[in-house]
Design a protein around this ligand. Structure first.
Ligand SMILES: Nc1ncnc2c1ncn2[C@@H]1O[C@H](COP(=O)(O)OP(=O)(O)O)[C@@H](O)[C@H]1O
Ligand SMILES: [Mg+2]
Length: 268
């Protein structure tokens, strides 16, 4: 395996009963790359993310992650929390914020659960959890500043706009000090100006923090402007890979999208 590959996925097949969600998928991500996975609804994009993060266990193939200090880690068979502490962070297609907690509290829980205090410990704030709390407070404030939410730190996350919630999720992912951040449809539900802000933020995460970005996104304008390279999934298989210009000109991709144009225009 080349030493600059943060993810190396080889011949991964994932089945649910008779359904083949990922069919002999091979792909890689270079360290520091902004990589995107696109494809029609049901193509297997979220299944791929779940396989990369230890949520799903593919029956065949291998997934190697180059963790901190460039130590290769085999992902298949690892529990999700182990994959997370190895340096893989993600956001979800549907928001998983604690909606009654403030923006600040949501990010702080991310920081503290990562340190081994656990989500419950972080919420209950028992005596044992007070150690290191100042560092988490500082880190949380820095992350909120980084994503542009300092003035909304004390607002409960349920009251934030979609765009702000998406940025909060990114801050919470970054609170675990990841090597790579997986974003599942980060622009879903946002308006055009929020999309522009999100694009800039995601690029800044890579440029300033040096975190590799793996992105699933339906908004073609956003994904083509942000990604340096893309893979296209259709019915669980990789049907194309290349730069945005190469993907735009690929006949198999055009056909896959025209075949599902109804889903795409609904933004499903
Ligand atoms: N937990 C699961 N149980 C059964 N089938 C699943 C499960 N997760 C995904 N699938 C199936 O895998 C296929 C790909 O789904 P998914 O990865 O969510 O696609 P996408 O994110 O590209 O829309 C679909 O047919 C879906 O029904
Ligand atoms: Mg999905």
């Amino acid at each position: 395996m080349s030493s600059d590959r943060i993810f190396d996925v080889e011949s991964v097949t994932l089945r649910f009963g008779g359904v083949v969600s990922l069919n002999d998928v091979s792909l890689h991500q270079n360290r520091g790359e902004i990589l995107a996975v696109i494809g029609p609804n049901g193509a297997g994009k979220t299944s791929l993310f779940n396989s990369l993060t230890g949520v799903y266990q593919p029956q065949e193939g291998s997934i190697t992650f180059l963790g901190r200090d460039s130590k290769p880690i085999s992902i298949i068979g690892k529990k999700a929390h182990r994959v997370s502490s190895a340096g893989v962070a993600r956001t979800f297609q549907a928001s998983r914020m604690f909606s009654a907690l403030t923006a600040f509290e949501n990010v702080k829980i991310g920081a503290e659960s990562h340190k081994g205090i656990g989500v419950l410990g972080a919420m209950l704030k028992g005596p044992a959890t007070r150690r290191g709390e100042k560092t988490s407070d500082l880190k949380t404030a820095q992350l909120l500043d980084f994503v542009g939410l300092t003035d909304k730190a004390n607002i409960v996350s349920a009251s934030l706009s979609y765009g702000d919630r998406r940025r909060l999720e990114i801050a919470r992912g970054l609170a675990t000090d990841p090597q790579v951040l997986l974003l599942d449809e980060p622009a879903a539900g946002t308006n055009p100006s929020e999309k522009v802000q999100l694009t800039e933020l995601i690029r800044k995460v890579r440029d300033v923090m040096g975190v590799s970005i793996l992105l699933i996104e339906h908004d073609m304008k956003l994904v083509m402007s942000l990604a340096e390279r893309l893979y296209v999934l259709n019915f669980g298989s990789v049907i194309a890979q290349g730069t945005p210009a190469e993907i735009r000109a690929n006949d198999a991709v055009i056909e896959a999208y025209l075949g599902s144009s109804a889903d795409q225009t609904k933004g499903a």
